[in-house]
Write a protein of this length. Sequence first.
Lengths: 116, 110
Amino acid sequence: KAGVTQTPRYLIKTRGQQVTLSCSPISGHRSVSWYQQTPGQGLQFLFEYFSETQRNKGNFPGRFSGRQFSNSRSEMNVSTLELGDSALYLCASSLAVGGASVSEAFFGQGTRLTVV
Amino acid sequence: GENVEQHPSTLSVQEGDSAVIKCTYSDSASNYFPWYKQELGKRPQLIIDIRSNVGEKKDQRIAVTLNKTAKHFSLHITETQPEDSAVYFCAASGNDKIIFGKGTRLHILP
């Protein structure tokens, strides 16, 4: 079956602009999580969506937001971009039935965002 | 809040030697502990995982151990090979959350 798909793969934006990234999970997966990856900072958790509801949120400013659609596809939006937002943004999907332990997360290839 | 500490951040081992990466977690509700490998320019991929009802799990040259009392878990790679060079992430999950460590960059020296 198809893996996790993220679009676009690469993006260049200028400071102050906003950006929307997309993530299509593996068919049947209802949980989608987003991470920011920068050199030396590992995987910084942004938020997780399950059945169209934000279930968990990391410590990022309100400029970072997301949503999930009824088909489990998710989007992430960053407004008023700053230079420090340049990073690889990864999404991961998992079966994760609500209330149970999280199962294996499958990552997409990521979107590399460069803010100039 | 809950966190996962991962050590070391960088590890260099001679080819053929063993490598050990250690993680500690704080959330006692964690019951699933996956390890991911991320090669340069690629996505993280699961290499092994362990659930809280098991103390050790092996898959060829890779093993993971879990000490729930101490909230420690470790990744062991034996007979390391050049293709083991990558960044490794541990994670702890439970209560609908998964928290990743900051990663260990493993270098295999010729």
